[in-house]
Design a protein around this ligand. Structure first.
Ligand code: SF4
Length: 213
């Protein structure tokens, strides 16, 4: 059994993929700020979590807000939607609301959901999907070996981060920051400037005279 500290939340994989510092601020420092993107995302998830948990559309049974776990991987979370097709296919679908961004973050999350479902149901899942509330478009996510390994690697990395008592990962201070809900808490420009100041101070520090002789 995994301890609480060693159990990784599926949602943390997305945060880690976006920015390891963001993941550490949420998981380790327990800081979470809402911004317009997270509020819209929460609304999207609330819709997927609406009370009618099981429905049927033609040849697909749809389960919403399905709890997920993997004892093998120490993973825990919830799927927005899982489709059970009459032809045997099982497809986890992650609902997203927000600006277009790198697909990798969402793909890791969908893959982690699929890994849980495979263990829970004893079935192989070939693909998941990401549904954009904004564009009403759906994108298939093939679960190839590379994505599965990247997901497993991310789980290990998040677990290490959760148990790391050292300093937070460095601020990325790039185009990700303006869209980040933790911008105020993180203050990436200040952190990066302070790091540069420290490096400069070390670089130009006077050399002790005994080292010159
Ligand atoms: S503000 Fe930037 S560096 Fe800080 S957590 Fe967000 S993305 Fe990462």
């Amino acid at each position: 059994m995994w301890s609480e500290d060693d159990t990784v939340l599926i949602s943390a994989l997305e945060h880690f993929s976006y920015c390891p510092r963001q993941c550490a601020l949420i998981q380790v420092e327990r800081i979470f700020d809402e911004n317009v993107f997270t509020l819209r995302g929460r609304r999207a998830h609330e819709r997927a979590d609406e009370p009618l948990l099981t429905t049927r559309e033609n040849d697909v049974r749809i389960e919403r807000a399905l709890p997920l776990w993997s004892d093998a991987l120490g993973l825990l979370g919830k799927a927005d939607v899982v489709e059970f097709h009459d032809d045997g296919r099982i497809v986890p679908v992650e609902y997203k609301h927000g600006p277009r961004r790198e697909r990798r973050h969402d793909d890791l999350q969908v893959c982690a959901q699929a890994l849980c479902l495979e263990e829970m149901l004893g079935k192989t899942i070939a693909a998941g999907a990401v549904y954009s509330i904004q564009t009403r478009r759906r994108r298939d996510v093939p679960l190839d070996d590379e994505l599965r390994q990247a997901t497993r690697d991310a789980i290990v990395a998040v677990r290490a981060l959760n148990n790391d008592a050292g300093p937070l990962p460095p601020a990325v201070n790039d185009k990700r920051c303006p869209k980040c809900s933790l911008l105020d808490a993180c203050v990436p420009a200040t952190v990066v400037a302070a790091r540069h100041d420290r490096l400069a101070a070390n670089l130009f520090a006077p050399v002790p005279t005994e080292e010159l002789s």
